[in-house]
Structures are given as C-alpha cells and as structure tokens.
Design a protein around this ligand. Structure first.
Ligand code: SF4
Length: 154
C-alpha cells in the first residue's frame, strides 16, 4: 500500500467565533497534525486545545454527516427534503397537543454567535410561538487574541 507525501494546508477553525488560523498537515486523506497558523492576521499562531482536535472530530465515525429520520424505532439516513417533510408532518400535531412550550430550539457554537441566532430565534417564535428559542447575547464575546489559555507555535 502506497502512502502519499504529507502536505500542509491552511484553514480557519470553524469551532467558535474566534476563527483562528490553522496549519494542517495532511497525508493519505487524513489530518496528521494541527498547529496555529503564525501568518494568520487575526490569531497569529494562537489556538486553543479544541482547534488541535479537529482531525479527530473530522474522522469521528459517529459524526453526523447528514440528516437522520427515525423509522421503525431506528435513526436512518435521509435526504434533507425527507427530513424537513418529517418535521412538517410531525411538529404541528405536537404543538397542537402539548402547546407551544413543547418546542425548544438549541443552537451551538459557532452558529450561536452569528446572525443565525436571530434567524432561528425569529423563525421559532413566529412559526411555533415558542419562548424556548435562543437569543443573541447582549454583549458578544470578545474576539481579541489576549486569551492567556491560548497556545502558540514557537
Ligand atoms: S479559540 Fe479554539 S475553538 Fe475557537 S477558533 Fe480558535 S482554535 Fe478554534
């Protein structure tokens, strides 16, 4: 079995609003190492421990790569059209039966720090009139690079 030579690529970490620059070493279609990109104009080589683990996240066999719909008690791969059709079919009766508090919306990072919160929150409030929708923080977290926990390539 032949192996390909390692290459270095630069990417932006998608895990939070800090959007640190990453330098990835890739070989045989897999991430071999991740360091901070010293040439990144924002992060200048600083990254947190989460950024170094993106390769594990990328290759995690349990990672969701598309929608799943429960059929006969089991979650099965579905198209987005099938997934949205299932939501449209099942959600209205739930709200009708249990009221608007039966619906909640959860949004994680980095989506939770972006304009998506306003969209999701607004949609949830108008479609289902649920109060259990995310709200944008009144003061967005700082994206400065002074985090003492950050690590830096030397
Ligand atoms: S602080 Fe960590 S998680 Fe956030 S963008 Fe930088 S490396 Fe990624």
């Amino acid at each position: 079995m032949s192996s390909s030579a390692a290459t270095t690529v630069v990417r932006t970490c998608p895990l939070c609003e800090a959007t640190c620059g990453l330098e990835l070493t890739v070989a045989d279609g897999a991430v071999r190492s991740i360091r901070g990109d010293k040439d990144d104009v924002f992060s200048a080589g600083f990254i947190c421990p989460k950024g170094t683990t993106l390769g594990h996240l990328h290759d995690d066999p349990d990672r969701l790569r598309g929608p799943l719909v429960r059929r006969d008690g089991e979650l099965r791969p579905a198209t987005w059209e099938e997934a949205f059709a299932e939501v449209a079919r099942r959600l209205p009766p739930i709200v009708e039966r249990h009221g608007r508090d039966a619906v909640a919306v959860y949004v994680g990072n980095p989506t939770g720090q972006g304009a998506c919160v306003a969209s999701v929150s607004g949609a949830a409030r108008s479609w289902w009139s649920t109060p259990s929708a995310p709200t944008r923080p009144s003061a967005p977290p700082s994206t400065s690079r002074s985090a003492p926990e950050a690590t830096r390539n030397s």
